[in-house]
Design a binder for this molecule. Sequence first.
Ligand SMILES: C[S@@+](CC[C@H](N)C(=O)[O-])C[C@H]1O[C@@H](n2cnc3c(N)ncnc32)[C@H](O)[C@@H]1O
Ligand code: SF4
Length: 397
Amino acid sequence: MKQNISVVPLLFTRKWTLSIKMLRGFIKMGKTRFFPKRDYHFDHMKNLCLVYFKLTALCNLRCVMCGQWGEKGVMKNCDISEEAKKILPLEDYKRVIDEIAPYRPIIYLWGGEPFLYPHIIPLVKYIVDKGLYVSVNTNGTFLEKHAEVIVRDKWSTIFVSLDGFRETNDTMRGRGAYDRVLNGFAAINREKKRQNSIYPILGIVTTVTNMNYQDLDRLAEASREYKLDVHIFNLGTYTNDRIVAAQRVFMKEKLDTDIDCLAAYNTGYNAHIDGQKLYRILQNIHQKDFGHPMITVPALNPEKIHTYYADLETPVRNHCIVPWCQTNINYNGDVHFCADYPDYILGNIKAQSLKQIYNGERANLFRKTINACEGGMFPGCLRCYQNMLFGEKIRGY
Ligand SMILES: C[S@@+](CC[C@H](N)C(=O)[O-])C[C@H]1O[C@@H](n2cnc3c(N)ncnc32)[C@H](O)[C@@H]1O
Ligand code: SF4
C-alpha cells in the first residue's frame, strides 16, 4: 500500500517547487530517525520539519467519532464563547512564522475548523509569501465561499474530510456536509481553471470507521469526478479503557501531567471492523489507477490490517519521532508535541520564542522520557495518528 512519501513524485509532475519543499520535510524526518536522538544541548529547531497550527477549537460540525466534538469529545461540554476568546491574534502567528521560516518546515493548519479562525486568509497568504509549504485540513464546508481567494493566493494543499456518500457522510459528519463539500470541490476546480492555476493541490481525507469502511471503494471510484490530486484513507485513531488508564498513571508519574484527551478516542467507531474485508477493499483500491495516488495511513502489510482493529494492544508502529522534528501550537499559544493530546504543555509562544520552548527543559524531559520507554513510545501511543504517520514500522507490519 502506498506511503505518504508517494505524494512527492506526484507533486513533482504538477509543480516541482512544491515537491522539493515537501521532500525537504521527509529528509529531515529521516535524519531524526537515523541519527541518535539527542536530548540536551542540541538545537532541535534544525530538524523542525512540520509545525501544526491548531487555529481554533471551534467547529461548525459535530462528527460522531471526533476526539474534540464527537460523542466522547473532550470539548463537548466546554463554554464556546470562552474558547473563542482564547485564539491568537494574527501578529503572534506572523512572529512564529518569521522565526521558523529559515528552517523551511511544512505548516499544517487545522482545528476545530480552521476556516472559523477569523484571520485564516491573511495568515495563509503570509505563509505562502514566505515561500513555505502550507497544508490546510478542513471539513470543506467553507470552501465554496473562499474558493476564489484560495486559488488566487496559491494555497499549497487543501485536505478535505469526506467520509462517504451523502447518507453515510452526513450520518458521521452532520446533515448538509456532503453537499457543501462537493460544491466546494466544484468551486475550487472552477477557479483553478478560470485563474489557470494548479493551486491548491486538492486531497480528500477519509477517516475509516465501522460506518463507512464497506463503501470505501465506491467512494474512491466517485472521487475521479472531483478532480483530486490525492486521496488518503486514515485508519483512525482509537484506544480503549485499559490503555487510557495506563497512560494516565504513566503521565502522572513521569511527567506530572493529568491527561484528558486520550479517552475521547475511545469512541467505539472502530469496533467490529472486519479486517479481512477491509483488506480486500483497500487492495482493490490500491490496484486500480484513479489518476491520483491513494494512500493508506498507516500503510500496513495487507494481511496485518485485521491486527490494527482486532488487537489494539499490538503496536504496528513504534519509536515516535514527533518530539524531534515536529510540534503543535494550540489556539491559545500553548506548544505541545502531540497534536491530538494537548495535555503536556512545553511552553506558550506569548511568553517565549518557539526556539526557547522547543529546546527547553520541559521539551527535553519529554524527549528523554519517551526515549527511555520500551519501543520508544508511551503506553497511550498505540494507534496515535501522528505515530501512524511518522513512527517506525514494526517488522512484518
Ligand atoms: C479533527 S479534524 C480538524 C480539521 C477539520 N475540522 C476536519 O474535519 O477536517 C482533522 C482530521 O481528523 C479526522 N478525525 C476525526 N475523528 C478522528 C478519529 N477518531 N481518528 C482519526 N481521525 C479523526 C477528521 O476527519 C479530519 O480529517
Ligand atoms: S469537522 Fe473536524 S473538528 Fe469538527 S467535529 Fe468534525 S472532525 Fe471534529
